[in-house]
Design a protein around this ligand. Structure first.
Ligand code: PNW
Length: 563
C-alpha cells in the first residue's frame, strides 16, 4: 500500500518591525511560499492523513529503488475513503473517477510528459492565509486598512483571522522565527519553499508617507526589506519571487480603483483621488525598477553563495482574437502588451513594448540610461505564470467599441473580455472573471516561450474558485468534480506545450486551502481542502486526493524514463 501525498504550500511572512529601516518603515511583509518539491521515486506509507497542515511525500533521491506497479497507487486513497467517510456509494464513484482520470496524460510508452524533477505544488499568500493581523508587532498593511472600510468586501469580511495559518502552523513567536520554523519544517519533509517577497500588500505607512508605488522612494525600502529576507532565509530558500501579479495589483489599485490604494479617475471607477490614465504607468515603472534593484542585490551579494534563483510572477491571460481579421489579431497582441508584456518586456528585453510607446507617448515614463543599464544586468532567472482564464480581444482603433471596460487607451484600444457580442470564450464559472478555456494554457505558455527566448517558466497558480451552498452536506463539501475536471484539462494542455518544447519546470495549484479571496471575502473557495470558517477545521476534498494521485503517477514516470 502506498501513500503519496501532495505537498504542502506554506505561507511565509516575516514580521520585521524590529528590523525596520530608519526612521520606522514597517513592512508587514507578506511572503508567499507555495510549492513542494515532490519527486518521490517510490513513495511509502507515512500514515499521515489528517491534521491541519498536510504533510507529504518526502524528496527521494535517485538512489531509491524504482517503483513496481502503478496499481499500488490506487489502494490507499480508496481504502482511506472507505474507512474514513463510510460513504460507500460516493467512494465507489470517486475511485472509478480516479482510475479514469489520474492515468490521463501518460504517453504511449507509459511515461509522463512532465520532465524529471518537475515540481508539482500548490500556492498561497500571506494576507489570504495568515490572519494574526496585529500580532507580534506587525504593522498595518494597505489591505488591512482597505478591508476595514465598509463596502469594500462583498461579505463585509477581512483577513484579520483569514485561515489562521500564522497560529495554526506552529508556535507563534516573532515573524522571523515563524518563517524559519516553517522553512525548516518544509525542507525536512522534502518540500521546496518558493517564496514570494510581495504578494499585493505593502505597509500602509509607505502609502501614507509617499504614496506607495507612485514614489521612486519605494525602491530603497523594498530593497531594504528584500535584503532582510535573503539574509535570514536565503541559506535555505532557493526560489525567490519579487512580486506576485504586479499587473493585477497595479491595474486594480490605480486604474479601476477596486483594490488598495483605490485610486482612479471618474470614468474608470469610484475613487476620491487618482488618475487612471497616468498613475498605473508611474506605479508600474517604480515597481519594475524595484524588481531590478532587488535582483541586482541578490546577484551581487547573495546568489553566488546561496545558489538560488529569482524571478517575478505575472497574471497571464490568453487573449484570443475575436475574429480572424488582421485588426482583431493586432488587438489581441496589444491587449497582451498592455497587460503582461508591459512588465516582462522591460525586465527581460530592456524596454516597454513598441505599441505602448506609440499609444501612450509621454504618459509612459521613460527609463534613464542608468535604469536601462540596471534592467539589462539584472533580468530574471525564471518567469512565474499565473494562468486561469482566457479573454477575447477585439479591435477598437479601426472599429467602434462601446466606451468602458477594456476599450480605453490605457489598454491599447483593445476591448478584452471573456464574453464579447454574445461569444463566450468558454464555460462560465461562479467567478465573473474566470471562464474555462484549457487551450489557453498551451497558447499562453507557447507565447511566453517564443517572446522571451524560452526562459524557464513555472506555472505558479492555476485553479478553480467555487461558491458553496448554505448548510452544505459532506458530499457538497468534498465532491468537487468540477475542480478536478478543470485542473486535469489545464494540465493536459500544459503537457502539450511541454511536449512541443516549452521550458516549464513546475506547476502549482491555487490553492492548498480555501482562503480570503480579496474583494470576494470568504465567499469564493479555491482550496484542495475546504475550510470551515466557524471552526477553522480543514477537510480534504476529492481534488486533493486526485492531485496526489496525479503527482505520483507523473513524477515517478518522468524520473524513471529519464534515468
Ligand atoms: C490571483 N483575473 O489573483 C492571486 O495571485 C491570488 O492571490 C488569488 O487568490 C488567485 O489568483 C485567485 O483569484 C487573480 O482577473 C486576480 O484574471 C485576478 C485574476 C486572476 C488571478
Amino acid at each position: 500500500m502506498e501513500v503519496l501525498d501532495v505537498r504542502v504550500a506554506a505561507v511565509l511572512r516575516s514580521r520585521l518591525t524590529q528590523y525596520a529601516r530608519p526612521p520606522y518603515v514597517r513592512w508587514p511583509v507578506r511572503m508567499t511560499a507555495p510549492v513542494g518539491r515532490v519527486s518521490p521515486r517510490c513513495p511509502t506509507a507515512t500514515g499521515n492523513r489528517g491534521g491541519t497542515v498536510p504533510v507529504f511525500a518526502s524528496k527521494r533521491e535517485e538512489t531509491e529503488p524504482p517503483c513496481h506497479t502503478e496499481n499500488n497507487n490506487m489502494e490507499f486513497p480508496l481504502l482511506l475513503l472507505l474507512l474514513h467517510h463510510l460513504h460507500f456509494a460516493l467512494c465507489l464513484f470517486f475511485s472509478l473517477f480516479f482510475n479514469a482520470t489520474s492515468h490521463m496524460l501518460l504517453l504511449k510508452n507509459n511515461t509522463s510528459p512532465f520532465p524529471c524533477n518537475f515540481l508539482f505544488g500548490t500556492s498561497s499568500s500571506s494576507y489570504q492565509f495568515e490572519g494574526a493581523f496585529l500580532s507580534d508587532g506587525k504593522g498595518l498593511s494597505n489591505w488591512d486598512v482597505f478591508t476595514h472600510k465598509p463596502g469594500t468586501i462583498m461579505d463585509g469580511s477581512n483577513g484579520d483571522i483569514a485561515v489562521d495559518h500564522y497560529h495554526r502552523y506552529q508556535v507563534n513567536k516573532a515573524g522571523i522565527d515563524y518563517y524559519n520554523r516553517l522553512i525548516d519544517a518544509l525542507l525536512q519533509r522534502g518540500i521546496e519553499p518558493f517564496v514570494t517577497i510581495t504578494h499585493y500588500d505593502i505597509p500602509q505607512e509607505l502609502e501614507d508617507r509617499y504614496k506607495g508605488w507612485l514614489s521612486p522612494k519605494i525602491q530603497e525600502d523594498f530593497k531594504y526589506y528584500a535584503d532582510i529576507c535573503f539574509k535570514n532565509f536565503g541559506d535555505r530558500v532557493k526560489y525567490w519571487v519579487t512580486f506576485n501579479e504586479p499587473n493585477v495589483a497595479i491595474v486594480r489599485g490605480y486604474r479601476s480603483g477596486l483594490w488598495p490604494p483605490a485610486r482612479c479617475s471618474a470614468s474608470f471607477g469610484n475613487c476620491s483621488h487618482g488618475d487612471s490614465e497616468t498613475e498605473p504607468f508611474i506605479a508600474a515603472s517604480n515597481l519594475i525598477l524595484s524588481h531590478a534593484s532587488v535582483v541586482t542585490l541578490y546577484r551581487t551579494k547573495y546568489q553566488k553563495k546561496q545558489r538560488g534563483r529569482i524571478g517575478i510572477v505575472m497574471n497571464a491571460i490568453w487573449f484570443e482574437p475575436l475574429s480572424n481579421s488582421r485588426e482583431d489579431k493586432l488587438a489581441a497582441e496589444r491587449a497582451q502588451s498592455f497587460f503582461m508584456n508591459w512588465f516582462l518586456d522591460p525586465i527581460i528585453l530592456g524596454n516597454y513594448p513598441e505599441e505602448m510607446h506609440e499609444i501612450l507617448g509621454p504618459d509612459l515614463p521613460s527609463f534613464s540610461r542608468n535604469d536601462k543599464q540596471k534592467l539589462k544586468t539584472s533580468g530574471l532567472d525564471f518567469i512565474g505564470v499565473n494562468h486561469y482564464t482566457s479573454y477575447y480581444a477585439k479591435d477598437c482603433i479601426f472599429s467602434a467599441c462601446e466606451p468602458g471596460k477594456g476599450s480605453s487607451r490605457t489598454e491599447g484600444f483593445a476591448l478584452n473580455s471573456p464574453q464579447i457580442n454574445g461569444f463566450s470564450i468558454g464555460q462560465p464559472t461562479e467567478l465573473d472573471w474566470l471562464y474555462v478555456h484549457p487551450e489557453g494554457m498551451e497558447k499562453i505558455v507557447t507565447y511566453i516561450k517564443n517572446r522571451y527566448n524560452n526562459t524557464p517558466m513555472f506555472i505558479t497558480e492555476n485553479g478553480l474558485g467555487t461558491l458553496e451552498k448554505p448548510n452544505p452536506t459532506i458530499e457538497d463539501i468534498i465532491n468537487d468534480v468540477k475542480r478536478v475536471e478543470y485542473l486535469s484539462s489545464y494540465l493536459d494542455s500544459l503537457a502539450t506545450a511541454i511536449r512541443k518544447g516549452a521550458n516549464v519546470r513546475g506547476y502549482f495549484v491555487w490553492s492548498l486551502l480555501d482562503n480570503f479571496e480579496w474583494t470576494y471575502g470568504y465567499t469564493i473557495r479555491f482550496g484542495l481542502h475546504r475550510v470551515d470558517y466557524a471552526t477553522l477545521n480543514r477537510t480534504r476534498r476529492f481534488s486533493a486526493l486526485w492531485y496526489k494521485q496525479f503527482i505520483a503517477q507523473h513524477t515517478n514516470k518522468a524520473c524513471l524514463s529519464s534515468s
